[in-house]
Unconditional design. Structure first.
Length: 256
């Protein structure tokens, strides 16, 4: 919250208004300047986007400029920072826009808690004047809303929410107003190979070539046979729904 003495003139109020509009508009700048992460050597540092994260954000921004739903399929190896980049994007959206709801589902409890801790750290380490009102915070949920019941009707806050769950919980996918969603795809999903040919994901095998998160071509080294709960996502104008597990994100007209 901004101290009242910093809002006591029209000039000061306009300066703060312009500042927060810049924070919302310039996502990469805001993340680089205000979002902190825990490094491998257990220190806190500002989040500097690496090559994989920059490429991912570039694809998001390109489709946003074209005013079409952002749909990205990424072959996501571990430890390249894509989960961190996605959580930063989700957090930026939920703390700058009203009525946003985000859901990320990891494959196990440990991964779930690790991913959510990123959001909690973003919140606690950003300057106090940038933190939106928080009504509820737990190990798996952040709700940005006025915590005071009496004044909530007049000053409700953003009323946005970030939530993380573990794959396999059917009730996680029942909400109809999720704007930020991260999911895994079904074997029946068709993708485009590096040579331009379409191919069913379930027909891919170890050794087949795919385009990676960096834009390069590499061979598949491992295919998991683990079964997961899947969701059916319907798109306007599409003949068939997208079948995916809950940890893949889908961009809608209202955001992720």
């Amino acid at each position: 919250m901004i101290p009242p003495e910093l809002l006591d003139t029209p000039e000061k109020r306009k300066a703060w208004y312009d500042f927060f509009k810049n924070v919302e508009k310039h996502r990469r700048w805001a993340i680089r300047k205000f979002y902190k992460i825990r490094t491998k050597d257990q220190k806190l540092a500002l989040l500097t986007l690496n090559e994989a994260q920059r490429r991912f954000y570039g694809m998001v921004e390109k489709q946003e400029r074209e005013r079409r739903p952002v749909r990205i399929i990424a072959v996501k190896p571990r430890k390249v920072g894509l989960s961190t980049g996605i959580q930063a994007l989700f957090f930026h959206t939920a703390t700058n826009r009203k009525l946003q709801k985000g859901l990320t589902v990891a494959h196990d409890l440990e991964s779930t808690q690790e991913m959510f801790s990123m959001n909690d750290l973003f919140y606690t380490e950003m300057p106090a004047y940038m933190r939106p009102m928080k009504r509820y915070g737990s190990r798996d949920e952040l709700t940005f809303e006025n915590p005071d019941e009496e004044s909530r009707k007049v000053k409700p806050g953003l009323r946005s929410q970030l939530k993380i769950g573990t794959a396999g919980k059917v009730e996680l996918g029942r909400s109809k107003d999720i704007h930020l969603l991260h999911m895994c795809l079904s074997p029946d999903t068709w993708i485009v190979e590096p040579n331009g040919n379409p191919r069913r994901m379930g027909d891919m095998a170890v050794g087949d070539l795919v385009r990676t998160h960096t834009g390069t071509v590499a061979a598949i080294s491992f295919i998991s046979t683990k079964q997961k709960h899947a969701l059916s996502v319907k798109f306007f104008g599409a003949n068939k729904p997208l079948i995916a597990t809950p940890e893949h994100k889908v961009w809608t007209v209202d955001g992720w």
